[in-house]
Design a protein around this ligand. Structure first.
Ligand code: AMP
Length: 427
């Protein structure tokens, strides 16, 4: 089967690496891809927003499966367009992708189905939103309704910050995503990411992960798209996984089906674990980035049959095998990220780094020029490793990082520190 993967980040390189290893994959294409993905797939300069062009490419290359990496094309309905053209695509339809595309939609679904989540209200008017903020008090959380590339959520520790967030969102700070907003209760506890594969009716738990969102060591500094991740998440015990499936995931799938928009694809539940159990912070309708990078390193089974089974409604009693060993990924970013940074700086030592035992290097933002690899974005490399423990995975990943010569890059040196402290605590 010929497969087309859409996207260009570290998540897509990890998916390309795993798909390319499948005996079911004949030719693998990626649009638009990056310099690392080009080692596993043939990169093509397709405009993913141009659905007619994607369909024409699929027909020309006899594509049997399209795998969509990022959320924007899903929310824009690429899966609907492909399905209408008779082309199988992994991922939710636009109506099902509202689970990520509209925070208000998801909150209403939780309320109607008694799914545990932060108390909330939806607003289209600044005065009403501020009155609610005043009534509830700080800390409180203000979220733009639509897709805002991570910039639409403000965890406000003071009333002034919350009011400023309302003004920022309604003032056009996140564009059309801010036509409506949600104000919700501040939750405390430990965060975890939980991934399930869904076929409209059935859900197969994948694995758990935790990420580090802040730019600097000790979880300090500005929020980013993610500076590293590890899997499994020690906080997610078997009992909590069962509760998450019963109290959050299955009721969501039933509700989506009842609304006429069954959910197919990967569902990524961002959870807050507190004394009462798991609460849903948000859904994403695709693999996390960089969490996907650690999930694929732990997945022993071929990924392609799993993706096909999700598309075809065949996940009931589907079994996936996992390596018990943890995996960890360190994001190397351009200096200045998540603010402004230089592009085009050269990176050396990747071959030596990839030779470290247990290590895979996924490219998140690179391009090749004159035989050199150049940084081409904020998050640039995902140096990933599996090990017998999180500590070993971390040591391997940093041994590889230390072989990479890229003076204009930086990374955190403490990815996984909480999980490693737990390992040490358990002796
Ligand atoms: P979201 O995009 O909704 O996942 O929000 C981004 C981040 O903001 C989450 O990963 C949490 O760290 C934080 N966050 C979102 N909602 C809440 C909440 N209700 N209480 C506390 N923290 C939150």
């Amino acid at each position: 089967m010929n497969i087309l993967l859409l996207g260009s980040g570290g998540r897509e390189h990890a998916l390309a690496w795993k798909i390319a290893a499948s005996p079911l994959a004949d030719r693998l294409y990626c649009a638009p891809g990056n310099a690392g993905i080009a080692q596993d797939a043939e990169c093509v300069a397709l405009d993913v927003a141009d659905h007619a062009a994607v369909i024409a490419f699929c027909r020309a290359k006899a594509i049997g499966l399209v795998v969509v990496g990022p959320e924007a094309p899903l929310v824009a309905g690429i899966v609907d367009s492909l399905a209408a053209a008779g082309i199988k695509a992994f991922g939710p339809t636009a109506a099902a992708a509202r689970l990520e595309g509209s925070k208000g939609f998801t909150k209403d679904l939780c309320r109607a189905n008694r799914i545990p989540t932060a108390a909330y209200e939806r607003f289209t008017d600044a005065a009403a939103a501020k009155a609610y903020v005043q009534q509830k008090g700080a800390p409180i959380v203000v979220k733009a309704d639509g897709l805002a590339a991570g910039k639409g959520v403000v965890v406000a520790m003071t009333l002034a910050e919350a009011e400023a967030a309302v003004d920022m969102i309604f003032g056009g700070g996140v564009g059309a995503a801010g036509a409506e907003l949600v104000v919700e209760e501040f939750l405390s506890g430990e965060e975890a990411s939980f991934f399930v594969l869904c076929d409209g009716d059935n859900a197969v738990p994948l694995a758990t992960a935790q990420d580090h969102k802040r730019a600097f060591d000790g979880d300090e500094g500005p929020n980013t798209g993610g500076m590293g991740a590890y899997s499994p998440a020690p906080v997610m015990t078997e009992a909590l996984i069962r509760r998450t499936m019963d109290e959050i995931v299955r009721p969501t799938l039933s509700a989506m089906k009842a609304m006429g928009c069954p959910y197919r694809g990967v569902l990524y539940a961002g959870l807050m674990i507190d004394a009462e159990g798991p609460k849903l912070i948000e859904y994403n309708v695709r693999f996390g980035d960089p969490e996907c990078q650690v999930l694929v390193l732990r997945l022993m089974s071929d990924i392609v049959p799993a993706l096909l089974a999700a598309c075809d409604g065949m996940l009931k009693s589907f079994d996936l095998r996992w390596f018990a060993d943890p995996a960890l990924t360190v994001v190397m970013a351009s200096k200045g990220y998540p603010g402004s940074y230089r592009k085009g700086t050269p990176i050396e030592g990747l071959t030596e780094a990839a030779a470290v035992e247990g290590v895979e290097i996924f490219h998140a933002g690179t391009r090749a020029a004159d035989g050199k690899i150049l940084a081409d974005g904020g998050r640039v490399l995902n140096v990933s490793a599996r090990g017998k423990s999180v500590a070993e995975a971390q040591a391997r990943a940093y041994a590889a990082v230390d072989r990479i010569r890229w003076p204009e890059g930086f990374c955190r040196r403490d990815i996984g520190y909480r999980a490693i402290a737990r390992e040490r605590g358990q002796g």
